[in-house]
Write a protein that binds this ligand. Structure first.
Ligand code: KE4
Length: 431
């Protein structure tokens, strides 16, 4: 019987490139047919054939309280009934800004936008406008959305498809983007010693999630902070994924490092389009209408999206929320590691708060090069065995996974049981 997913995928490809509105959804890296989702609830979603999956994507991070949380749905319904968008300020935007500034103390002023790409792009322009410098520094394997300057040796879908630098980015743009190795503080110091006066900013995922999960070393981030301060460059933490995911205060609270600007997204929209960038007030004052750095958006601070985000931000402040989320995520990775060991499979896993990484390698990678050496074919075989068993992992060896507050013991135990079967399947040789 032909799967409805196959039928929908064939139909989708007639009108949309690759049949998807974001490349990583296309299953090109893992092979097979993308699942077209009809609805979701808690830790689950269902595909067009009515098959239920335990979902470890969570919309790539936003669904931290679980899908279709009643309080979030109610807030959205009530907001929508008052009108969808006004193009004029609302009190909800003030509440959202106040909540972000309270939860992320490094943020004194914040601007709401509609995607992580828009937030990162705007933060870069602000850093360049405030410093009058052109060069930006990013790290191989980190992904900060698809603004031209940032599509150089980037992670996520670019890494998944093996084209880390996108076509269509003029060399005149790309030449201002300097790309270094993640977790290499000496290389960063050498660059600053050579060209510190021309560097507008350094942008980094302080816990990387777009080359799979890769933790920054404290020394790496500390060097970054010290060098940016010494040379007058803006330090930007891209916490679109790690913000409100690895801890309530994000990665900056775990590492106790204060960036100059922070980029946020995903969780602060609770599944609807809200992202943000913010930081020191004297930097933010460069933004129009106060200053000369232009940035704008028709749907920025959209009242319905803000209602979803605000409700989500309130739910994640419940007592013990992150302790429980971290415990469930650790239970998952420890269970998977144990199942692999029982099956004699070379495997490791890591978890930071509510996000995790799975690696077909003996040790958790701590560099991009080590990450690239992980077994991609073995991941792909594992991915499909788990998908067949009703567990939906990220469809790429170079993406992180996400746990929600609704992934209870029964859900985690079912995942581990499925993994025991998956690990016991004969391994294909690495291609
Ligand atoms: P969006 O423009 O996709 O909202 O955010 C871009 C972005 C910026 N910074 C970080 C650290 C991010 O992780 C992202 C987006 N993450 C990917 C997941 N690898 C989104 C999934 C997709 O591209 O479909």
């Amino acid at each position: 019987m032909t799967s409805n997913n196959d039928t929908l995928f064939t139909r989708a490809q007639r009108t949309t490139p690759g049949g998807v509105n974001s490349p990583v959804r296309a299953f090109r890296s893992v092979g097979g047919t993308p699942r077209f989702i009809t609805h979701a609830a808690g830790p689950y979603f269902w595909d067009a054939d009515g098959k239920r999956y335990i979902d470890y994507i969570g919309s790539w991070g936003p669904a931290i309280v679980g899908h279709a949380h009643p309080a979030v749905i109610q807030a959205v319904q009530e907001a929508a009934a008052r009108g969808l968008s006004f193009g004029a300020p609302t009190e909800g935007e003030i509440e959202m800004a106040e909540e972000i500034c309270r939860l992320v103390p490094s943020i004194e002023q914040v601007r709401l936008v509609s995607s992580g790409t828009e937030a990162a792009m705007s933060a870069l322009r602000l850093a360049r406008g405030a410093t009058g410098r052109d060069k930006i520094v990013k790290f191989e394997g980190c992904y900060h959305g698809h603004a031209d300057s940032l599509l150089v040796k980037a992670g996520s879908g670019l890494l998944t498809f093996g084209n880390p630098t996108s076509a269509g980015v003029p060399e005149d743009f790309a030449k201002h983007t300097l790309v270094l190795d993640y977790n290499n503080p000496q290389q960063l110091e050498d660059l600053f010693n050579q060209a510190g006066g021309s560097i507008a900013c350094v942008i980094v995922e302080p816990v990387a999630g777009n080359m799979n999960l890769l933790r920054a070393t404290p020394e790496f981030l500390q060097a970054m902070r010290r060098l940016c301060s010494r040379h007058g460059a803006v330090l930007i933490f891209d916490e679109v994924m790690s913000g409100f995911r690895v801890a309530l205060g994000g990665a900056q609270s775990l590492y106790q490092i204060t960036p100059d600007l922070t980029v946020l997204g995903k969780v602060i929209g609770g599944g609807l389009p809200v992202a943000a960038f913010g930081g020191r007030a004297e930097l933010m004052r460069h933004l129009a209408p106060l200053g000369s750095v232009y940035q704008a958006g028709t749907l920025s601070g959209n009242p319905v999206a803000v209602a979803a985000g605000l409700t989500t931000l309130k739910l994640i402040q419940a007592a013990g929320f992150y302790e429980a989320l971290g415990a469930q995520t650790m239970k998952l990775v420890q269970g998977l590691t144990g199942a692999a060991r029982e099956a004699g499979v070379t495997f490791s896993a890591d978890a930071v708060g509510g996000m995790f990484g799975l690696y077909f390698a003996a040790d958790v990678p701590d560099t991009y090069t080590a990450m690239m050496a992980c077994g991609k074919s073995r991941f792909n075989a594992f991915f499909h065995a788990m998908l067949d068993a009703g567990v939906y992992l990220a469809p790429s060896a170079f993406e992180a996974g996400f746990v929600s507050a609704q992934h209870d013991d029964a859900v985690i135990d079912a995942t581990i049981a499925a993994a025991r079967q998956a690990f016991s399947r004969p391994a294909q040789t690495e291609s």
